[in-house]
Design a protein around this ligand. Structure first.
Ligand SMILES: Cc1cc2nc3c(=O)[nH]c(=O)nc-3n(C[C@H](O)[C@H](O)[C@H](O)COP(=O)(O)OP(=O)(O)OC[C@H]3O[C@@H](n4cnc5c(N)ncnc54)[C@H](O)[C@@H]3O)c2cc1C
Length: 486
């Protein structure tokens, strides 16, 4: 063998992990280099996806339990639960996930080495261990998946105690009575609703003009109603944010201005106990030696790849957060696998262009395809069908009546172009619609097939009937629609 390995992978997050698994299934000699001395899995397992979801799951269970019983529903989770116990559950989840990843590497004969990898040449990676020892490894292909780090805020510092980011929030020692989340993205909403369900009084300071503007309008409307119910306020258009401690009042003071303030640019102040800054991520591409071999990056430091996840250097591939949008674990798994297929010339099945996204707020939001507004802007003649959770039996049984499932479909042929859900189990529920959509199905699927009952999936049936009734009212013969299998 000309090289030590067929492929060397830098980073053991979802992109690196899936590239390693796929390569080993192709019988390729694979090495994963991981800089973290203690754990594999990167942001996915250690600081992002899984810990935030484990914490959210505990908050959700507590909220559901309390809301079930009238005498508990007015109480705050922090009256009964300690942050320590919540984090214990999270820590156990991480530990178990970590050892599963380690076992998967072993079982699949993937070699691993701890240390910081730097590209020296296009086939050579130098690894520096914790003790400063340097070792070189060579491979025919290199897959670069170093992930991303939290962006540092401008105008204030993180002390990781009163002012935290998504890594330090996981070390909180108590449930804050007041929390200000600074951020405009999905993680801001996730953490805001998680802590609100734990009893914290939460506000969101949003530097953008609007909050999650990509959501379907009706889902946004529902979301804002639900946030109001949880007493979560959103202050948008914030700029010049500064943070100080007020030792006399024992609070953290957040000062900011409003962009285009019609009240004369006065300074506004929010008093809080803790601040959680969720201002975005930057790719971990500095110091990796990418420039040594001339790998092209954009202005934001994201590695530029083609549709095969190949960089401009023919044996170097990249995936995950280091290549930018969508910067999700879900997409990273796919990118790592496809990069491996492309390296070794094994054609993978095409991945449909429509990918779903989920926001793990309480309640969840999930979407795939076009919003109603986008569909109309593209010239589609669309009809919508809606099912409100209050009309679904499972919603009654589970005491989860807040939610909406909305189908957007072409009026003429009933083909689905978008599905938008807010409510319990939205992130799972989307996949039924995704399957129908990607197989070219239409809304009649949900009427013609028997679905388990009671389930949240009943929402599809109700929304399909609701949409079909609207088409019927628009003058098309209802019987013909139901019979026509076209
Ligand atoms: C709070 C939060 C919640 C999230 N929730 C979700 C969610 O619900 N669903 C979802 O799909 N996504 C979610 N994400 C996004 C998801 O975590 C990331 O998109 C995903 O982890 C990126 O995977 P990756 O493989 O690119 O990198 P990472 O998971 O970051 O892993 C990169 C690894 O590379 C290692 N590394 C870096 N440089 C080197 C080097 N030079 N040598 C050796 N090793 C190196 C790092 O130590 C790290 O272990 C969330 C993110 C955050 C922050």
């Amino acid at each position: 063998m000309k090289y030590d390995y067929d492929v060397i992978i830098i980073g053991s997050g979802p992109a690196g992990f899936s590239c390693a698994m796929q390569s080993s299934k192709f019988d390729k000699k694979t090495l994963v280099i991981e800089a973290n001395e203690e754990s594999f899995g990167g942001t996915w397992i250690n600081s992002g996806t899984i810990p935030s979801k484990a914490l959210r799951e505990t908050a959700r269970i507590i909220q559901r339990f309390q809301s079930q019983f009238d005498d508990l529903s007015q109480e705050k989770a922090y009256q009964h639960h300690q942050m320590q116990e919540l984090l214990k559950y999270k820590n156990e989840t991480l530990k178990s996930k970590n050892s599963k990843v380690e076992n998967d590497f072993k079982k699949n004969e993937v070699d691993t080495v701890r240390g910081f990898g730097v590209l020296k040449e296009k086939n050579t990676v130098e690894v520096t261990s914790k003790d400063g020892e340097k070792t070189e490894y060579t491979a025919e292909y290199i897959f670069v998946a170093p992930g991303s780090n939290p962006l540092k805020p401008k105008g204030f510092d993180l002390d990781h105690n009163k002012v935290m980011d998504y890594t330090s929030v996981l070390n909180l020692t108590h449930i804050p009575r007041k929390l200000l989340v600074i951020g405009s993205g999905v993680h801001a909403l996730e953490y805001a609703t998680t802590f609100s369900n734990l009893g914290s009084r939460v506000s969101i300071l949003n530097e953008a003009e609007s909050f999650l503007p990509f959501l379907d309008n009706e889902i946004s409307e529902q979301l804002f109603k639900l946030l109001e119910k949880q007493k979560i306020e959103i202050f948008s258009n914030a700029e010049n944010i500064e943070i100080d401690t007020n030792s006399i009042r024992n609070t953290t003071e957040v000062r900011y201005n409003l962009r285009n303030d019609n009240e004369g640019n006065r300074t506004r102040v929010i008093e809080t106990e803790h601040v959680l800054y969720l201002g975005g991520k930057i790719p971990n591409t500095k110091g990796l030696g990418l420039e040594n071999i001339g790998v092209e990056m954009d202005d934001g430091g994201n590695i530029i790849v083609d549709n095969d996840y190949k960089t401009n250097i023919d044996n170097v591939f990249a995936g995950g957060d280091a290549i930018g949008f969508p910067a999700l674990a879900s997409a990273s798994f796919s990118e790592g696998r496809l990069a491996s297929c492309n390296m070794f010339g094994i054609k993978a099945l095409d991945v449909p262009p429509e990918i779903p996204f989920a926001i793990y707020s309480i309640p969840e939001i999930s979407s795939i395809g076009l919003t109603e507004k986008e569909a109309k802007a593209r010239g589609y003649d669309v009809t919508v069908g809606r099912a409100y959770y209050k009309n679904i039996t499972q919603g009654d049984i589970s005491n989860q009546q807040d939610g909406l499932l909305k189908l957007v479909f072409e009026t003429e042929n009933l083909k689905l172009v978008g599905i938008h859900i807010i409510g319990e189990r939205a992130s799972d529920l989307i996949h039924l619609g995704q399957a129908v959509m990607s197989l070219g199905g239409d809304v009649r699927y949900f009427i013609n097939h028997v679905l388990n009952y009671p389930t949240y999936s009943e929402a599809y049936r109700i929304a399909a009937f609701n949409g079909m009734n609207r088409v019927y009212k628009a003058g098309v013969k209802y019987k013909k629609i139901l019979k026509n299998k076209e």
